[in-house]
Design a protein around this ligand. Structure first.
Ligand code: SAH
Ligand code: SF4
Ligand code: F3S
Length: 486
């Protein structure tokens, strides 16, 4: 992706780079914002851009003209942090040429390392954790008075619900909408509960309003984001009790229905589902609405029950497979993707083989696969030894990647001959005469441009594929639904 003040590198899953410009006559100062990490970080950068915009900063994609550089960071694996450190060293050199330049670190690494980035490492002037973005203008002002500024307080209720994010890809078709923040799950390998704090859900009415606004701006797809969307709850306690009897309650299935009703032409996706919490209610709502895409990302992490227990995932191999059965039964032809970690503490060859056998059973359409990277303070770091040698982690990773490539190709080959509804997202990477979009199952489809434009829905007959892409011919344009105004 090459649109939108930002560069977004998705360390957690696929790589993405996003750069945008937004004018604001305000104080004439320019912000350069670079993002790493997951879609939630990307979505947070839009909140940051909005807060800075309100305070007179315009965003630039040219770092040379920036007065302030902010880097929104990820801590999920060690290599994510290494990348950011290298970038910060480059920024430090820029600061030697231009001592007025303010450099700030945001996001998960800021939260994890707190003041040490200012004091011991002297890499930045400003540190702001994920719940401290409203304080950014004050922090920048503090730096202006010659102090080092830091706010890494985590909140129990901040959801930035009232902030309308500055979309980093103007004229875009697909948008991310954060519905909840934080995570209460404590998977033993994972740093997110420490960097993002306690789980909290956002007011459903602000979510629906944001989706309506996006539709009216020309967006045709929203992805509802949370670390565990299945535990979304509004006016409900974690035990399911009503907090305030006078107010309505909302769970994830109900929220998804509310968003699906915004317009039949607004596609709805979501990420990430958690196997221990995904209910049949959610699957039934998916099956009920054509505009909720038949695609679920259901991270398994491992196919072995003992490893899952050590990972503190809260489900067994059998439970996971039973959830897969439910998806296949209730949402026919639903695409399924996953995340897998190889070489977690104590993983034996047998346990690794069970991950491969689970992959053979499920036949994922797509997967993100990682070598285990020990993270400071996590349960796994405290309880277990990171005892699988790098070369074995690597070999196991190669084995599962090879297997997945086979399954992805197979899955795409099965689409050949089918006619699928595709939302056009823009020009294809390879040729100006071709466009690309995605089908409901989240596969990229490439086809001839003709007189078609981004934002339209078309019916495409799939004619060919690779393991990553489908190719097809447009056989019909779909009639647009009436527009909505409020
Ligand atoms: N909330 C999501 C995942 C967020 S992190 C969920 O529960 O599925 C995205 C992925 O990064 C995880 O699914 C996991 O596969 C991977 N990951 C997280 N911590 C990791 C670590 N310490 N080492 C390697 N991969 C990790
Ligand atoms: Fe991390 Fe587990 Fe929470 Fe996902 S559900 S963010 S893997 S602790
Ligand atoms: Fe990374 Fe933080 Fe997301 S650790 S994956 S940016 S929640």
């Amino acid at each position: 992706m090459e649109t939108g003040p930002n560069k977004v590198i998705d360390e957690s899953r696929q790589g993405e780079a996003v750069v945008m410009e937004r004018e604001n006559s305000g104080n004439g100062k320019k912000l350069y914002l670079e993002s790493y990490g997951c879609q939630m970080n990307f979505s947070d950068s839009e909140v940051v851009a909005s807060i800075m915009n309100e305070n007179g900063y315009s965003t630039t994609r040219d770092i040379e003209e920036a007065d302030i550089v902010l880097i929104n960071t990820c801590s999920i694996r060690d290599n994510a942090e290494t990348r950011v450190r290298n970038r910060l060293t480059e920024f430090k050199k820029k600061k030697e040429d231009n001592p007025e330049l303010v450099v700030g670190i945001l996001g998960c690494m800021a939260e994890r390392l707190k003041k040490s980035l200012l004091e011991e490492e002297k890499l930045v002037d400003l540190v702001a954790g994920p719940d401290a973005y409203r304080d950014l203008p004050n922090l920048v002002e503090e730096v202006g008075t010659g102090q080092k500024a830091v706010n890494v307080l985590l909140s129990r209720d901040e959801t930035y619900a009232d902030i309308s994010p500055v979309r980093l890809d103007q004229g875009g078709i697909t948008a991310f909408v954060t519905i909840m923040r934080g995570c209460d799950n404590m998977c033993s390998f994972c740093v997110v509960p420490f960097t993002r704090g306690r789980e909290r859900s956002r007011d459903p009415y602000t979510i629906v309003q944001e989706c309506k606004d996006l539709y009216n701006l020309g967006y045709r797809e929203v992805t509802l984001l949370g670390q565990n969307v299945d535990s979304y709850r509004w006016n409900l306690t974690s035990k399911g009790e009503i907090k305030d009897e006078k107010l309505p309650t909302t769970n994830f299935a109900q929220l998804m229905e509310m968003v699906a009703l915004v317009s039949p032409d607004l596609r709805v996706r979501f990420s990430t589902s958690h196997p221990k919490d995904m209910t049949d209610d959610v699957l039934e709502i998916m099956a009920k609405y054509e505009n909720i895409c038949p695609y679920i990302h259901l991270p398994v992490q491992s196919g072995n029950t003992d490893v899952l227990y050590r990972m503190n995932r809260g489900y067994s191999r059998e439970w996971y497979l039973q959830r897969i059965e439910a998806i296949k039964k209730i949402v026919p032809d639903c695409a399924i993707s996953t995340d897998v970690i190889t070489g977690f503490c104590g993983e034996t060859e047998e346990e690794h083989k069970e991950t491969m056998s689970l992959m053979e059973l499920v036949k994922y359409d797509f997967a993100y696969m990682f070598k285990y990277s020990e993270r400071p303070k996590t349960l796994a770091e405290r309880r277990f030894e990171d005892d699988i040698p790098e070369d074995i982690k690597g070999r196991r990773l190669t084995e599962i990647i090879d297997l997945q490539m086979k399954h992805s190709l197979n899955s795409n080959q099965q689409q050949i001959g089918k006619i699928q509804k595709v939302l056009i997202e823009g020009p294809s990477k390879r040729s100006e005469d071709q466009l690309c979009g995605r089908n409901g199952r989240n596969s990229v489809v490439v086809f001839d441009k003709k007189d078609l434009e981004k934002g339209q829905y078309v019916m495409v007959k799939i004619t060919d594929c690779t393991s990553a892409t489908l190719f097809g011919e447009v056989i019909e344009k779909c009639e647009p639904a009436p527009s909505i105004l409020s």
